[in-house]
Design a protein around this ligand. Structure first.
Ligand SMILES: [Zn+2]
Length: 382
């Protein structure tokens, strides 16, 4: 952290030209100067686990049946909110709209964060987003996942995501709380290995939604790049993640934002997650990354994604939580020259009132003064 700092941005290239203490930085004479005493310049924030569901209700049937045009329009509004809240990159871990939103944002159709996205996720039949009350054909048709069973179907599903333009593969290696079922492993080790192998062949990473020891162990053995949620982490698994360099995205906010009353079994899992799991990861030196798992519904609105950083800070401290949402998140997303305020890096910045190292609540949308993305200045509350 630099006091009295200055950052010089080249708007045409969208890169940071110089950064450091005010007197040491070479500020070109003709540059537009923005000064704000008592504010902090940070790298643009990154939410490494979110979804563009374009749904305002926390309800799986709603997530798969909201008309696609409505999903797109709401998601554009959500993307704008994210940018104005200081998020310059997000990773959409499974949605039907992801590839199209990414393309439109990159074309400049709307102002939003950079979108890294998994396109549709991969799930087994009867898996995470298979709505059991619907006939299977309809459920499969509406799903934001490709259903696949057996290693060859899994390989084909990876190929479909590649065809759709996914930047990575998202796999449901276990059930989840959204389904309300007892959480057990999904996909076999053989299936997960096929998925990772097929993704690796074209240089894509795999993010694994994993609850419970079986799903965690299988995912790590298969060689996934990141563990999402990671409920039920053990010290042994954490050690192995550290050894392999696997990222851990604990998505604490998703559980803290839960509106439905958890079952007794779910309460036990959540309590352990918010105490032991995160502690095991911290002790083992696992690379912890900030991801809210917000989907854009009323209880998890996009724009409030900074809450994950606030929640992480309670366990790992504010400095670590800020890294988890900037430099380490950039590494997790595979974004080079991003996530740091440094000469030669992309000019993705957020300027907030106050000091977020003292209190991460200073990252709330009401504190955001300016956001810079691709070198372009967006004035928010200044
Ligand atoms: Zn998710």
């Amino acid at each position: 952290m630099v006091e009295n700092g200055s950052v010089v941005v080249d708007q045409s290239s969208g890169m940071i030209v110089d950064a450091g203490r005010k007197g040491d930085v070479n500020e070109p004479k003709d540059s537009k100067v923005i000064e704000d005493a008592g504010s902090t310049i940070l790298p643009g924030l990154i939410d490494a686990h979110m979804h563009f569901f374009g749904s305002r209700k926390y309800d799986i049937l709603e997530w798969v049946t909201t008309p696609e045009t409505l999903v797109a329009l709401r998601s554009v509004a959500d993307a704008r909110k994210l940018l104005r809240a200081g998020f310059t990159a997000v990773r959409d871990l499974g949605s039907k709209a992801g590839p199209h939103l990414k393309r439109a944002e990159a074309e400049g159709a709307f102002d939003g964060p950079r979108i890294v996205q998994a396109a549709k996720s991969l799930a087994q039949t009867g898996g995470n987003d298979d709505v059991p009350t619907l006939p299977i054909k309809i459920s499969e048709e509406l799903s934001y996942s490709y259903y696949c069973d057996g290693p060859w179907e899994c390989r084909k599903a990876v190929r479909k995501v590649i065809r759709d333009g996914g930047d990575l593969i998202k796999v449901y290696s276990s059930g989840s709380m959204a389904q309300g079922t007892k959480v057990s492993r999904q996909f076999t080790l053989e299936e997960l290995e096929a998925i990772v192998d097929e993704a690796r062949a074209v240089g894509l990473k795999v993010a694994s939604h994993a609850y419970g020891e079986d799903a965690l162990t299988n995912s790590i053995k298969a060689g996934v790049s990141s563990i999402e949620h990671g409920i039920g982490l053990t010290p042994e698994i954490a050690k192995e993640m550290r050894r392999q360099g696997t990222f851990y995205v604990p998505t604490l906010s998703a559980y803290l934002a839960m509106k439905t009353k958890p079952t007794e079994q779910q309460s036990i899992l959540i309590k352990k997650h918010l105490t032991e799991d995160i502690e095991f990861a911290k002790q083992a030196g696992v690379k912890i990354v900030s991801g809210s798992d917000f989907v854009g519904c009323d209880s998890e609105p996009h724009g409030e994604n900074y809450l994950e950083i606030v929640n992480l800070a309670k366990y790992v401290g504010s400095q670590e939580a800020l890294m988890a949402a900037t430099s380490r998140a950039a590494e997790c997303l595979g974004l080079e020259k991003s996530g740091l305020v440094k000469a030669g890096y992309e000019a993705n910045l957020v300027v907030v009132k106050g000091n977020p190292v003292e209190d991460t609540k200073n990252l709330s949308p009401s504190h955001v003064l300016y956001v810079v993305r691709k070198g372009r200045l967006h004035t928010v509350n200044a």
